[in-house]
Design a protein around this ligand. Structure first.
Ligand code: ADP
Length: 648
């Protein structure tokens, strides 16, 4: 039993090992790969969602930028056309005035020489006919009056045309506070401006002058405390400039409004080419101005606005260098990331747990199968060949192996049994056959020593004595072996009856008193407590004889042996206590094994077969009794045994 539990212990150690090894070799590598993949996905997800958010903001800002660009284009188209028209009005006025001057000179010369306006060359007197009608056909004053009248009419027509253009332009762009046309010499051709800007016309002229070579789009200037956004474009013969009041509701507001963002959360800002905020002008606009270079480089920028982390991106408005910046709190922008990450963690986690669970399940199944086979093999090697390996939920290969091992064990058991039986039969026959001649030898030797001892030569006498003793020991051995063979062959029959253990004990002790005396041992029997037991008397005798004779045999001179009875847990316990050699601790476990003899110098001269205690144990157990012993090496031994009490 102890041997087997030690094996189980070793086996359980190995169980941990094999499971650990399986987990390490089979589960850990893919687990690590999955984990790394999971982290990569997690990280990629972060990049992906971030990029998505940036793209979204980029789309929002470019929507507004495109809208603004279109607005700028419309402004440019209308402004250029208006400029061209104003230029044309001016130049046609100038040429009309010029032509009028020429007509005046020619008509005056004709009237002077001919005294009439009739037949003036090139119809040069035509414009002044109304005045001739009043003053007479030869009046030079009529020419002068007509010249003044027509000149004033021309100015009025010109002013009317200019006013028409201006009001048309204002209708389009009510935020216009100044409109200026200059010629290539940077002289004003035509101008209209709010009264507040009259004194600032030079500044505007300078901007318009710059626009002769290169358009100016949205340049911010502050004149007379008015923030102006100036747009100026080259036209044939000069340039045209419009200045818009940036605080006006109609200036770029619509484009700004069109930004498809939730304005409660996100912010859209329009910056001019210098990065100055045009609309709306917010307290933190300068923070954004500071990062405009990065924004212009198409980068997304993390920026703190109103104590909140924001993600900002920008789109340029055509070639104007204006910027539309859109920013959104990072938390809101990356909210989908959180969700995606939670989902990713859940999916990856579930996959990993599932993987571990399934992996562990299959490993456990395989390890269980292997361990079932290994422990089966160990049980078989321990000699328990009737054991059956049973595998549950195993692959068919393992089951086939288990069945094969079971069949092999069956076959070995069968062969072992056959060999064993043959051996036992042989021993039984041999010992039985040896007994008869041995009995004859012992009988004859005893007769020789007793009847003819006096006639034997003194040198032969001890030899005959030795042969006699050896023959007696040989007979004991043969008897013991015969008993063992019978026991193992199941051929010992027990006939238990109610017997008085006191009588049997007394008989055995009396029988052994002589031997005890010869060895200088005091053998005492304390019959107190002796009762009837339910046992086979002949076997009880052998049991008591074996215990008591061993107690004498393994005693020391002047030692003692005491046989006594007591009741324990309702059982009659018989004890045989001696003051002899005792049994070494490390050999106690083998006490009742077949052929076991204590190996120690203190009893090297004591002869024996090593079968007495084995037979004793088998007899006691066969009669439903129990036995055990206590011993201290060098001090003595006490054997205990119980036998059933009579049943009624
Ligand atoms: P043996 O024929 O050797 O006496 P047993 O089976 O009777 O064989 O006893 C087995 C061994 O147990 C003995 O060799 C002996 O050393 C030891 N033994 C048995 N009884 C006693 C005892 N009372 N005191 C000391 N040793 C004992």
């Amino acid at each position: 039993m102890r041997k087997l539990s030690l094996k189980n212990f070793k086996l359980s150690l190995r169980t941990n090992n094999i499971q650990q090894r399986f987990v390490l070799r089979v589960l850990v590598p893919p687990f690590v790969i999955l984990l790394v993949l999971g982290i990569l996905i997690f990280w990629q997800l972060d990049n992906f969602v971030r990029q998505q958010a940036i793209d979204e903001l980029k789309r929002d800002s470019s929507t507004t930028a495109v809208r603004l660009e279109r607005e700028f284009t419309i402004r440019k188209t209308i402004l250029s056309r208006t400029g061209e028209e104003l230029f044309f009005i001016k130049s046609s006025y100038l040429s009309s005035i010029d032509a009028l001057g020429k007509q005046r000179t020619e008509c005056s010369a004709h009237v002077k020489s001919k005294r009439t306006f009739v037949n003036a060359p090139n119809n040069s007197c035509e414009p002044f006919l109304a005045e001739f009608a009043v003053k007479g056909s030869s009046s030079l004053q009529a020419v002068e009056d007509g010249y003044i009248r027509v000149g004033e009419e021309l100015i009025q027509t010109q002013n009317q045309a200019i006013n028409d253009r201006l009001s048309a332009y204002k209708q389009f762009f009510p935020e216009t506070v100044a409109l200026l046309v200059i010629n290539d010499s940077k002289e004003i051709v035509s101008s209209a401006q709010s009264e507040l800007l009259v004194s600032s016309i030079d500044a505007l002229t300078e901007i318009a002058g710059n626009a002769i070579s290169e358009p100016v789009e949205g340049k911010l200037v502050s004149l007379n405390d008015i923030n102006l956004s100036t747009f100026a474009y080259p036209i044939t013969g000069g340039s045209v400039l419009a200045a818009y009041d940036t605080s006006s509701e109609s200036f770029i507001r619509e484009s700004w409004q069109s930004t498809p963002i939730d304005k409660n959360e996100s912010i859209a800002l329009i910056l001019d080419s210098n990065g100055s905020p045009v609309y709306p002008v917010l307290p933190f606009s300068n923070n954004i101005k500071d990062v405009q270079d990065e924004l212009r480089n198409q980068k997304s920028v993390n920026i703190n606005l109103k104590d909140i982390d924001n993600l900002a991106v920008a789109s340029e408005v055509g070639s104007s260098k204006w910027l539309v910046v859109v920013s959104s709190p990072s938390v809101a922008v990356l909210a989908p990331l959180k969700n995606a990450q939670v989902i990713a963690v859940l999916i990856i986690g579930t996959l990993l747990v599932g993987f571990l669970w399934v992996g562990a399940f299959f490993i456990k199944r395989t390890v269980d199968s292997i361990l079932g086979l290994v422990s089966g093999a160990l049980v078989f090697s321990g000699g328990k060949l009737d054991y059956k390996i049973q595998l549950k939920n195993s692959d068919e290969e393992f089951v086939a192996l288990a069945n094969t091992m079971n069949n092999m064990a069956d076959r070995i058991a069968k062969i072992e049994k056959e060999v064993d039986e043959k051996n036992k039969e042989f021993i039984s026959i041999a010992t039985h056959e040896l007994r008869t001649p041995l009995t004859a030898i012992i009988g004859n030797l005893s007769m020789i020593t007793e009847d003819f001892g006096s006639r034997l030569d003194e040198t032969i006498k001890p030899l005959v004595g030795q042969v006699f003793e050896s023959s007696v020991r040989l007979k004991e051995l043969v008897n013991d072996m015969l008993d063992v063979a019978r026991l193992e062959g199941g051929r010992v029959e027990f006939s238990p009856v109610n017997i008085d253990i006191k009588l049997t004990s007394k008989a055995v002790i009396d029988n052994l008193q002589i031997t005890a005396k010869e060895n200088g041992i005091s053998l005492t029997y304390s019959e107190a407590g002796a009762l009837e037991v339910f046992a086979d008397e002949a076997r009880l005798r052998i049991i008591l004889n074996n215990f008591v004779s061993n107690a004498i045999k393994y005693n020391r001179p002047n030692g003692s042996v005491t046989v006594s009875h007591s009741m324990k847990d309702g059982k009659l316990v018989t004890s045989i206590a001696d003051t002899g050699l005792g049994i070494p601790e490390e050999q106690k476990a083998h006490m009742f094994e077949k052929f076991f003899r204590v190996k120690n110098d203190d009893r090297k001269n004591v002869v024996g077969t090593g079968l007495g205690m084995y037979i004793t144990r088998e007899y006691i157990l066969s009669m439903n009794g129990e036995l055990w012993f206590e011993s201290i090496h060098g001090q003595g031994t006490t054997f205990y045994f119980t036998l059933p009490l009579p049943s009624n």
